[in-house]
Design a protein around this ligand. Structure first.
Ligand code: NI
Length: 426
């Protein structure tokens, strides 16, 4: 009896083994002979290579064919719930978008929908950044096609992979300052989708709008109230021996000015212009040698601008973005070469002519109004004395002393290749 039972067991075992083997061989043969789906073939012949050298988080990578489409998906796992959730929500959003995209492909179109989600990372002092991007497109069997839809989102993290906001990346009060800067364009950081920082470029993104600000302007900017009156005090022909005093006087009133400096003077007063810049003032170009540009060759005009820009950059570390030509002379040929904003003025104090502190004081108190750009010169002691007499009264009237760039920013003016005299409120 025992022997028969053993024989039966053996028979069942053998049959099962043979069946299993046959199935395995059958499957192998099937996969060898069967043509893979077009999506699989495309992935086999023209695979996407994921980006390398990711230094933040642990990478999750997956590539597969599904429902006739190719998927390449890579994203970082950060071991931080909030950050992982945010990244997960974004990849879900992209995948939903892709499903709709693939479903929208016409039936007779034989191209294959392909989705790529990948990311790059960067380490900065104090934070790290992740740019998660996607692209979707249609590709033929030869791997030809292009991304038809793409996008990206940036995430900034501290050392513990905690998500950072604008203050975390750019420093305290940045959100406040940016919201004030945006107030005029009726945008707010509160409903922003994300932001990215590349060099000096701060890109802010909303669902259907984008705005680019200067990191430098945010970092150096003061908390300006766009509802209150503001004026741009400008000082030409320096730097010189009074530069520091002007910067200190403005600082006493929490204000800043714009110094249109001459390249040749920058070479002689490099420490002064650096001081003025570091106090938060704007350094702009008044060209290299104070020539009347309207009667110069285009090569000379170009050299006057370039040399001044280099001198300013050497002294302060930043290139000027604004120009005021000597005597305010800029015909269309000169404007073509400037290729940017040229700043004139709406109040001319004539300080260079009268050299009288009392006259300057009177002019400032009687003529200045909200949005004015005021022309003065920083090389006269009388100008310093006159400003000192007037500035307290102006501040008491509620005037904020802003740079020309700030004035434009807070009045919603995008600097273009044009001549500007003032930025009055609407
Ligand atoms: Ni001048």
């Amino acid at each position: 009896m025992r022997r028969r039972r053993n024989d039966t067991k053996r028979l069942v075992g053998c049959t099962a083994a043979i069946l299993l083997l046959a199935t395995v061989i059958g499957l192998i043969v099937y996969f060898l002979i069967a043509d893979p789906s077009p999506a699989k073939k495309l992935m086999r012949d023209y695979p996407y290579s994921f980006l390398q050298e990711k230094t933040v988080g642990a990478e999750k990578q997956d590539s597969f064919a599904k429902d006739g489409s190719c998927f390449y998906i890579a994203y970082p796992k950060l071991k931080n719930n909030a950050a992982d959730e945010k990244i997960g929500a974004y990849t879900d959003e992209i995948r939903e978008k892709f499903t709709a995209y693939a479903e929208g492909v016409a039936e007779e179109d034989e191209r294959i929908p392909r989705l790529i989600i990948d990311y790059k990372t960067e380490k900065q002092e104090g934070y790290s950044g992740i740019t998660l991007f996607y692209e979707m497109g249609l590709y033929n069997e030869e791997g030809e096609g292009k991304a038809e839809e793409s996008g990206e989102r940036c995430f900034y993290l501290d050392a513990d992979n905690k998500l950072l906001d604008l203050d975390g990346v750019l420093g305290e009060d940045s959100i406040k300052k940016i919201d004030l800067m945006l107030k005029y364009s009726k945008l707010s950081t509160a409903d922003m989708i994300d932001f990215s920082v590349k060099g000096d470029e701060l890109k802010l993104r909303w669902a259907d709008e984008e705005k680019i600000l200067s990191v430098n302007a945010v970092e150096r900017g003061s908390l300006i109230d766009p509802e209150k009156p503001m004026i741009a005090l400008t000082f030409d022909d320096g730097p010189g021996k009074y530069s520091r005093e002007f910067a200190d006087l403005l600082a006493e009133y929490g204000g800043h000015g714009t110094f249109f400096v001459l390249g040749i003077n920058v070479l002689n007063f490099a420490d002064e212009v650096k001081y003025v810049y570091e106090m938060g003032n704007e350094i702009a170009s008044h060209t290299m040698r104070h020539k009347n540009l309207n009667i110069q060759s285009s090569a000379t005009v170009q050299a006057e601008l370039d040399e001044a820009a280099e001198a300013i950059h050497d002294a302060t570390g930043a290139y000027p973005t604004l120009v005021r030509t000597p005597y305010g002379n800029a015909n269309s040929a000169v404007m073509d070469i400037i290729d940017g904003p040229m700043i004139k003025w709406s109040v001319d104090t004539l300080d260079w002519q009268h050299r009288d502190p009392a006259k300057l004081e009177q002019c400032l108190l009687e003529e200045v109004k909200d949005g004015d750009i005021v022309l003065m010169h920083e090389i006269y002691e009388s100008t310093y004395d006159g400003l000192k007499r007037a500035i307290g009264t102006l501040a008491a009237k509620g005037y904020q002393f802003v740079t020309v760039s700030e004035l434009m920013q807070y009045r919603g003016i995008e600097p273009e290749q044009d001549i500007y005299f003032s930025c009055y409120p609407d």
